[in-house]
Design a protein around this ligand. Structure first.
Ligand code: SAH
Ligand code: F3S
Length: 483
């Protein structure tokens, strides 16, 4: 039996920890080494891949030198992400020279974007598999063993991997991610995801509930429901597809919308805490907010990317809401879910962005005062509507300068938010030992802010009431007050 290993490359949209209490293992004759990059969905997909390959006789290993198969689950969201993967592939090339029998496969968004070009461009790659084709991996590996290159990048309108029980790879044994939708139908003009992950589809609520039940039985305490756009989750009993069914018929067919799914999981597991990510302002309903307010085990936290505060840019990005509508949603969140943490994603330097557009972003940030955020310079992605129709015309130094201003303002707001917690008591789920001190625990409050406090007699997985006594712009420091 070998230990499972995936290299944690920290992506901002990823909230899991980096100190690992326990790793799972799978058994098998061959050895698989798997690395994941990018969003949390990729990390979850790697757990599905490990499960599929475990059935095909592969045990996971953390030692690349002993691997028969090296898989890298890739990200295309920005050019830099792709460059990182290319550098890794070069490294694998060196390893492969010492071990010529080792096979290398590329999974995920880069596989989907570059398809068989990968086999030509990157000579060391034997296998290219897109996000919807992982069940074909055992067959593809047989092809590879007979000396042929293998590619499957077919996108599916149905595949949700709902029937696969993921092998939990790097896990703290306390928090887990459960995917509820795959793909995205939104077509934001800058975004490569609709091209690499295909059409949006929702997973059967029964399989979601049973995966969560299994996690609860194994001692997990918090689940984050995962999707590119969780608010558009829609299950309609495996009947005709969403586009063929009228809204009125949908009602009668007892469709399950996202707020109903949230309600179901919160009721089914009252002792577990729930989060969800990512919310899209155009699809988030007030029903979701009321469901959050109704259940104390749904965390008061919403990741609500806006990308820009300017109506002109929102329109050019094909975001289906205005600045005023977004502000209204923020007002409603504050009213219906008091004390709700809110975080953002922002893009600086989208094509055509003027100084005034940028100022609109800063003033929207002032309005919301986000708890934290993930901020990026625009990176043109080949094949996206923005790349086809718009010129990437904001000069790099200006993009950089605007990004710095956004980041600096976010830091001020972060500090303003964390200071509001000083003197208050918050509920913390202990996840791991603090990075900076081995006599402190680290966990998060409901609002998803990291809290550190002295260990005393508490254990990983405990819910603890912590009195906050101090803070930085991103961390709360306190002392446990519950028994
Ligand atoms: N709905 C998704 C969004 C995925 S991409 C989710 O679940 O988070 C994550 C973030 O990357 C986006 O919100 C956006 O801020 C950023 N991003 C996407 N494409 C980008 C691009 N071409 N250039 C810069 N940032 C980008
Ligand atoms: Fe991308 Fe927009 Fe979907 S950012 S993942 S197209 S909601």
């Amino acid at each position: 039996m070998s230990q499972v290993y995936t290299d944690v490359v920290k992506n901002p949209n990823q909230y899991n920890g980096d100190v690992l209490a326990e790793n799972n293992s799978t058994s098998g004759e061959k050895k698989l080494y798997i690395e994941s990059y990018g969003c949390q969905m990729n990390f979850s997909d790697s757990e599905i891949v490990a499960s599929i390959l475990s059935d095909a006789g592969y045990a996971t290993t953390q030692k690349i030198d002993e691997a028969d198969l090296v898989l890298v689950n890739t990200c295309s969201i920005r050019e830099k992400a792709e460059q990182t993967v290319r550098n890794r592939l070069e490294h694998f090339n060196g390893v492969k020279k010492a071990n010529p029998n080792m096979k290398v496969g590329v999974l995920g968004c880069m596989a989907e974007r570059l398809k068989s070009k990968f086999l030509e461009e990157e000579k060391i790659v034997d296998l290219v598999v897109g996000p919807d084709a992982y069940k074909d991996l055992p067959n593809l590996l047989k092809e590879v063993e007979t000396g042929r290159d293998a590619v499957n990048v077919i996108l599916s309108k149905e595949e949700t991997y709902g029937d696969i029980s993921p092998v939990r790879l790097q896990t703290n044994g306390v928090t887990a991610f459960v995917s509820i939708t795959r793909g995205c139908d939104n077509m934001c003009t800058f975004c490569v995801v609709p091209f690499t992950r295909g059409r949006e589809r929702s997973r059967d609520p029964k399989s979601i509930l049973s995966e969560i039940d299994d996690l609860a039985k194994r001692g997990f305490k918090e689940v984050t429901l995962l999707g590119q756009n969780v608010d558009s989750y829609l299950w309609y009993g495996g009947g005709p597809k969403k586009e063929f069914i009228k809204a009125s018929e949908l009602q009668q067919k007892t469709a399950i919308h996202f707020h109903q799914l949230l309600d179901m999981v919160a009721v089914a597991q009252p002792k577990m805490r729930f989060r969800f990510s990512t919310s899209n302002p155009q699809d988030m309903t007030r029903d979701v907010l009321h469901t959050m307010a109704k259940h104390s085990n749904i965390c008061n936290y919403i990741h609500l990317p806006v990308q820009s505060g300017s109506d002109n840019i929102l329109k050019a990005m094909n975001r289906q809401h205005t600045r005023a509508e977004y502000k209204q949603l923020i007002d409603d969140i504050r009213r219906i879910v008091p004390d709700c943490g809110i975080s953002q994603d922002m893009i600086a330097g989208f094509p055509g962005e003027t100084e005034q557009d940028h100022q609109d972003t800063l003033s929207l940030m002032d309005y919301v005062k986000y708890d934290f955020g993930f901020m990026f310079m625009y990176s043109e992605r080949p094949g996206t509507p923005a790349a086809k129709k718009l010129q990437d015309n904001v000069p790099e130094p200006i993009k950089k300068h605007r990004l710095q201003e956004i980041v600096a303002l976010q830091q001020q707001h972060g500090l303003w938010r964390t200071r509001q917690f000083v003197g208050k008591t918050v509920e913390v789920l202990i996840e791991k030992v603090s990075k900076k001190s081995d006599v402190h625990w680290s966990g998060r409050n409901q609002q998803n802010t990291v809290v550190v406090f002295p260990k005393e007699h508490y254990q990983v997985g405990d819910f603890v009431e912590v009195l906050i006594t101090d803070c930085t712009s991103a961390t709360l420091i306190g002392k446990a007050v519950s028994s």
